[in-house]
Design a protein around this ligand. Sequence first.
Ligand code: FAD
Ligand code: DHB
Length: 389
Amino acid sequence: MRTQVAIIGAGPAGLLLGQLLSRAGIDNIILERSSADHVLSRVRAGVLEGGTVALLDEAGCADRLHAEGLVHNGIEIAFSGECHRIDLKRHSGRSVTVYGQTEVTRDLMEARAALGRPTIYEAANVELHEFDTAAPYVTFTREDITERIDADFIAGCDGFHGISRRSVPTAAFSVFERVYPFGWLGVLADVPPAADELIYARHARGFALCSMRSPTRSRYYIQTDAADKVEMWTDDAFWDELRRRVPADAADRVVTGPSLEKSMAQLRSFVAEPMRFGRLFLCGDAAHIVPPTGAKGLNLAASDVHYLFGAIRDYFDSRSEAALDTYSARALARVWKAERFSWWMTAALHNLPEQGAFGERLQIAELDYLTHSDAAASVLAENYVGLPY
Ligand code: FAD
Ligand code: DHB
């Protein structure tokens, strides 16, 4: 097979890039290791920045998002038994949209199918070749037959555990990493949310987050030990722990029910630099990971796609490589600001075992300052709604 852009991975980054390229008349093939159902079964992000929504609009995939997404103008920060609202709209002039990653993925998959563009699911043994030359290609196996795709460019959109970054010699890039000694346990349940807006709660027993997917579906998270396994947490134990960690009035409003899904996520900050190796471009989680506290991972995947799509379009329009040459630097400048924000929000709200009593007092002082100073609240709001592209 021959295409202009071979995309590895059909997560949000790969599907969004594919959609923008297809609408610009640029041919692309997506190779995905898992089945479409498996991709859709992964419950992850829930909060979209305005820039991500605009990009989904540009991709022609935002009708359902506009009809069903919940526009939020504020978030609650809870500590010392009380909730404090940060007015995102007042402090930044912008809002965020609560709309699940699964729904974004479903909309992108349907749009791709409507355009008749190929996604090869359950592609095994994907390998990247010759991307340091002008003639890169990808091989994979399907039903025990090895196939080959020649392309002008390869977009590595295959997430943190993907093959794209691992295909690059380790001497060719630098890694910056912090692994946190705790994880998040998430539960999805068909119960009405405890509040109209998200509650990010700091508690001595650990962080808790009250989120939602719709007026009848809630998403909750609690901080757990990194070594905890999903099986160690019954639904009842989860609900009890969640209610202990949020202020009493919010705890009273938590409606419990059987979990539809329950999963653990490790918390990690990670950046691989650069994001370009010849004709291979990394995008999204393939190049960087943030702890989920600031709701930035999917949104960063979207901003990478914005930069990469523009650069590839320029190349095919005018054979200019200028934007391809600056892709990595432009993407990384935004990535690092989101890394900083996600690290800061994680440190401000989690129980950090090594910090001791002094660190705990500083944490309370920081949250008190954040929720009582317009200047501090503006800094949070500007970052939370998403820095400009
Ligand atoms: P992925 O979604 O990981 O997609 C990569 C795809 O590549 C996968 O489908 C995978 O199967 C495929 N693949 C892997 N290896 C191969 C291979 N060898 N060959 C072919 N295909 C391969 N982000 C936010 O912005 N807001 C939030 O509110 C938020 N909340 C989160 C909550 C949790 C609990 C978690 C875990 C994450 C959250 N995130 C959030 C982060 C967000 O989910 C990720 O950043 C996002 O999924 C990244 O998209 P991606 O397309 O880069 O990678
Ligand atoms: C959700 C996830 C996040 O990481 C976050 O910061 C806010 C909401 C969610 O899944 O709803």
